[in-house]
Design a protein around this ligand. Structure first.
Ligand SMILES: Cc1cc2nc3c(=O)[nH]c(=O)nc-3n(C[C@H](O)[C@H](O)[C@H](O)COP(=O)(O)O)c2cc1C
Ligand SMILES: Nc1ncnc2c1ncn2[C@@H]1O[C@H](COP(=O)(O)OP(=O)(O)OP(=O)(O)O)[C@@H](O)[C@H]1O
Length: 143
């Protein structure tokens, strides 16, 4: 039984998220997803959708066997419970594969880390693009 773990913010769901999670699920037998906590997101603007609602959406997806909120203190904490075989990064996630794998080994985790380099291009293929379109339409009156 190969347990795959994917992580992310998943604000304003779009087909790119579905593509990523379906590809991650295909790498093993079951897919766990850690949804980033509102308080842990510092590399970009805080999400529009609250963490509990982001979790509810991800939990309901066909590709996802179990979704949970991450830790608010230590990104490695949930891994003691999940104990994944594979951790899948998305094409634009800021972690370095080798560095993350070294950090996992230091803590005694067996998981290998791999990245899905492919990304889906559709009209609104990122949460940021959805937000920008809303801003253009309703704030700048362009469309
Ligand atoms: C192995 C791993 C564990 C993580 N654990 C947590 C966590 O416990 N809590 C959390 O808020 N974010 C956690 N994150 C980070 C986020 O879920 C997310 O990947 C990161 O904030 C980048 O977000 P983005 O891809 O949505 O931009 C973890 C990331 C990885 C790779
Ligand atoms: N179009 C896409 N194709 C493939 N993977 C994607 C796509 N969009 C997001 N992902 C992946 O989904 C996971 C969660 O992404 P995230 O929550 O950062 O969404 P995002 O749409 O990229 O958000 P933002 O616009 O704020 O960067 C990440 O691993 C990311 O690489």
């Amino acid at each position: 039984m190969i347990r795959v773990l994917a992580t992310g913010t998943f604000d304003l769901l779009h087909p790119g998220h579905i593509f990523f999670l379906t590809s991650a699920r295909a790498m093993g037998d079951e897919l766990y997803v850690l949804v980033a906590r509102d308080s842990m997101i510092r590399h970009k603007a805080k999400p529009i959708v609250p963490e509990i609602q982001r979790l509810e959406m991800i939990s309901s997806l066909k590709a996802v066997d179990k979704a949970m909120l991450g830790s608010e203190k230590d990104i490695f904490e949930p891994l003691y419970e999940i104990d994944p075989d594979i951790i899948v990064l998305g094409h634009d996630q800021f972690f370095d594969v080798e560095e993350l794998e070294n950090s996992l080994r230091e803590r005694g985790f067996k998981a290998i880390v791999t990245r899905i380099d492919e990304s889906l291009k559709c009209p609104l293929y990122s949460s940021g693009k959805i937000i920008n379109k809303i801003l253009e339409r309703y704030c700048e009156n362009n469309d």
